[in-house]
Ligand binder design. Sequence first.
Ligand SMILES: Cc1ncc(C[n+]2csc(CCOP(=O)(O)OP(=O)(O)O)c2C)c(N)n1
Ligand SMILES: [Mg+2]
Length: 328
Amino acid sequence: MKLKDSKLNNEQLIQAYRIIKKARMLDERLWQLNRIGKSTFNISGQGAEVGQVAMALNFEPDKDYFLPYYRDMAAVMVWGMSAKDILMGSLGKADDPSSHGRQMPNHYGSRAHNIVPFSSTVTTQYPVATGVALAMQIDKSKAIALTATGEGSTAEGDFHEALNFAGVQKLPMVFVIENNGYAISTPNSEEFGVNDLSVRADGYGMFGRQVNGRDFTETYLAFKEAAENARNGKGSTLIEMLVDRLTAHSSDDDQRVYRTPEDIAKMKENDCVGLMEQQLLDEKILNKDNLASIKEELADEIDKATEEAEEMPNPTTDQLMTHIYGEE
Ligand SMILES: Cc1ncc(C[n+]2csc(CCOP(=O)(O)OP(=O)(O)O)c2C)c(N)n1
Ligand SMILES: [Mg+2]
């Protein structure tokens, strides 16, 4: 679909693109920091940025809560986390808003931005999100809980428990499955027996929809409807968002071992960021010079954020037991 069919104006579309591009460039920086030994780990959202931003723009970050998973960097940036916040998490700094340097990198959380930190144990954020949504429903706050996980992770019992509870209670929620074709090295064909995971919504009494997460407008409009339904008391929606995983699962594996060179090359040719850039040019929203200067501005911003984050203090041994349990 055309970008303009989203009914967002040019300024809003450019703003969305800037976040998408920034997430991509920041992720590339995190890989560099890992490879030179400054950060211990990286797990990327490369290939999912367009879908994530199109999704997240439909929520109100000062009111709605996001319970993300490890690939959701672009989405948490829409929610308000800065490049420096994310870099501090990767470098394990004392002021890292996600966990003050206690968690693995890319385990995003920010009390200031209504982003609930999560466990590495996949899909545990789903049932936690139903609790957040139940509180919102009891409070009549008209807020929504958005939560995301990967497609392989939907095999966990937590997935069923969360969707069942949300369906029964008609909770104000949007559940997202980011289907990137693989669970580490296991392909979709060995993960489940259906072609469309969103059909599972029917079994829980909620709305279900599969979207192409490489298409900004298709994704934006699907989440718009889901958010409106949740906000207007019509209950939850399950959205399967088809995306790519352009990198290995994480910095600890090499996808060339389990994917063919042709498969990897084809995926890179359809890189969602490149597709959106072409649409911005075709629809005359930006020209090539504009794209080049945005890239330059973002590169400066990320360099500056990296320098600032690197200069931040590390946690000290006397802080070992802080930020672990709630304060009395
Ligand atoms: C309960 C549990 N089992 C296994 C793992 C190890 N693990 C981490 S990520 C992952 C794959 C998840 O794949 P998917 O849900 O498709 O998400 P993706 O990483 O592809 O985005 C696995 C098996 C874990 N973290 N938690
Ligand atoms: Mg996956």
